[in-house]
Design a protein around this ligand. Structure first.
Ligand SMILES: Cc1cc2nc3c(=O)[nH]c(=O)nc-3n(C[C@H](O)[C@H](O)[C@H](O)COP(=O)(O)O)c2cc1C
Length: 265
């Protein structure tokens, strides 16, 4: 429930202006919450309030946690980070610090999400024996069905395209009835990936693993995936066992940009 503290509010109506669903109205000179059923709890109203007068249930509108500050050349730094992000498939055997994973996953709460639904539920698998068990289910399935035979042939040749040599896997699950689970989980996981790589970890998106987790009943059971959920995206994680990539490769495919422009006065 959106609450506006009348003593703090200066009736500037910023909260009314930024609300994407017109939950708030200010017709009577004061902001009022009149369409609460449409509220997606994004707290844009609170973010725009100059007096911190808006809250949601017991949530103060202003984030109280640690908040890293901008450095002077932030735009260069973020671009640097985006351009140096790479897929890592080969990892040291060192166990990944659980706190780094938890911290990275917490940042996913700030990713965009359709109607602020945030449907992602994380399954974090750590430890080689369990990951090998997952792999064994996949190899048996590939063997029985003939689906994705390259998984088995590459594996026999010493190359695991499903989990790499990761000792941690992050699975992004969501209910299939969520509003936009495939996009929301991808955005959430990408937030986490950027934070993980910023902390010296290597990551690689795991599309084969994602598909197999949903497809193989015994694997669904192994990871306790409820019937109404799917894995939508997954990530291999570990400390890279190679030197960081030395070069930023050129991209073979450049973004195709189709501008549609109208004259502005
Ligand atoms: C949705 C998705 C699924 C992927 N699945 C796999 C996979 O199953 N195994 C793998 O080794 N790499 C996988 N990748 C990694 C891509 O191969 C990699 O991102 C691409 O080759 C570009 O390399 P870069 O990430 O280093 O820029 C996947 C990437 C995405 C985005």
């Amino acid at each position: 429930m959106i609450h506006i503290d009348a003593e703090r509010c200066i009736n500037c109506m910023q909260c009314v202006k930024v609300c994407p669903f017109q939950v708030l109205e200010g017709g009577g000179g004061k902001p009022e919450c009149i369409r609460e059923n449409l509220c997606i709890q994004c707290l844009h109203c609170a973010a725009a309030c100059p007096r911190e007068a808006v809250s949601l249930d017991d949530l103060n509108g202003t984030f109280q946690g640690d908040f890293p500050s901008f450095s002077d050349n932030f735009s260069d730094q973020i671009e640097h980070h985006l351009l140096t992000r790479r897929s890592y498939r080969s990892f040291k055997s060192d166990v990944v610090d659980k706190n780094i994973i938890a911290h990275a996953l917490q940042t996913s709460a700030w990713a965009p999400s359709a109607k602020n639904d945030h449907p992602t539920e994380w399954i974090v698998v750590s430890g080689k024996p369990f990951i090998q068990e997952i792999m064994d289910h996949i190899l048996s399935y590939v063997d029985e069905t003939g689906i994705s035979p390259e998984i088995a042939s590459l594996y026999k040749a010493g190359h695991n395209i499903v989990t790499g040599t990761a000792n941690t896997l992050i699975l992004a699950a969501a209910k299939t009835t969520a509003i936009n689970p495939s996009v929301d989980t991808a955005l959430a996981l990408y937030n986490a990936e950027l934070v993980l790589q910023a902390n010296g970890l290597g990551t690689c998106w795991a599309g084969y693993l994602t598909r197999m987790c949903n497809q193989i009943p015994s694997l669904r059971q192994l990871i306790n995936l409820p019937e109404d959920c799917q894995i939508y995206n997954a990530l291999m994680v570990g400390y890279p066992d190679q030197e960081h990539y030395l070069h930023i490769p050129n991209r073979k495919k450049q973004p195709a940009i189709h501008w549609i422009e109208t004259a502005t006065r």
